[in-house]
Design a protein around this ligand. Sequence first.
Ligand code: SF4
Length: 476
Amino acid sequence: MNTEVCDEIHEECGVFGIYDLDRHDVASTIYYGLFALQHRGQESCGIAVSDTYGPKGKVQSYKGMGLANEVFTQENLEKMKGDIGVGHVRYSTAGASTIENAQPLVLNYVKGTLALAHNGNLINANELRHDLEYTGAIFQTTIDSEVIAYHIARERLKTGTVEEAVRRAASKMRGAYSLVVMSPRKLIGARDPYGFKPLCIGKRDNAYIITSETCALDTIGAEFVRDVLPGEVVTISQDGQISSDTSNCLPKGQEARCIFEYIYFARPDSRCDGISIYESRTRAGAFLAQDSPVEADLVVGVPESGNPAAQGYAMASGIPYGTAFIKNGYVGRTFIKPKQSSRESSVRIKLNVLKKSVEGKRIIMIDDSIVRGTTSGRIVSMLREAGAKEVHVRISSPPFLWPCYFGTDIPAREQLIAYNKTIDEICQELGADSLGYLKVERLSELVDGLPICKGCFTGEYPMEPPKEDIRGEYEK
Ligand code: SF4
């Protein structure tokens, strides 16, 4: 399968916050930042801005369903005046896909207004929500982010600064979160102690940015300053200083970055925690070439994330790299997603095979993962129909065997093709001549030994997972 092709696995969200100390309006910069992060979520998006010299409770926000360029117009961006702001793109894994659940979330309370954008999934969101409900809180949404915002507001009443309130609220949260929070006078970023989701700091002239990925910094012409450390709370205030609180950080080596960011989610032109995503992917391809070699005429990638891995495979094996697939890039949110029974045809709508390049050849086809297997099987038969003599499938991740509780939309185990099938059986089902997955032992080599989460491949999570699947609990 290719995740972009069949919509089977998604990232949850992307976040972008900016504070311009020279007091320029930031709404349009946030828009371009969200545009660069669009791959992290296509269901809804939003922007909230405020003027750090204006009244404390005044925040302008605009949210909508769809892609950034569908939701925002030049007119509504120009109306949003303010030198500080946060933005969000969303795909829902917890909380329904509705406009109420779109972010940023804006919360008014006695100290002013908070706007918050969140990426990740908390595993104790229900407990935190119950705590608040018993003290009178009434929730407007079903998303974790509102629980976080309430906890920050509540802590703020007991602490001297908003960043301390964020830190205290964060210390109660369990799971994955990369947050940007706008208070009336400060921009704050916080990353969970395991560092599941990426978060980095950038600077452009006198404006500071906190965002999910470095590709958003490049897009707006900002320079990369550094990554936010797992567990760190960073604060940008009016004096232009970046202050840091690391008291929630775990001892070095205990972090657990989501390895799937490197394999699939993040954009290949981003760097997360010092590791180039593109390089991780080419490395995965090279490992596949070493560990699952096969004689062939051409190596091809299933676009987009299969391509760097295919290049890595080609370089390591000496087999030429080529293009076999042309992707239709115009499949947006309004594309009517076919039901499971008709999924096969959706593959054809989104991908077509370049007959000329595969005809009569032995092909090695590289993809990032296989979830249910339906799409991969379809792509294999498309290659055969186009005249490929042999099709050898290589996957740049290990087999998915377990769910994710931290914000990745991996279906239930029973639906995962690798759950109750051997590699040979999967190969047969795909109709491939051979099949090879990346070895689990190779995962940490993709990121130079950085501590990682690989729970969906091994069932060993960095923290005790919830007893039952809590995703979407509040929709029930
Ligand atoms: S379980 Fe898998 S997808 Fe979820 S955070 Fe861990 S590595 Fe990422």
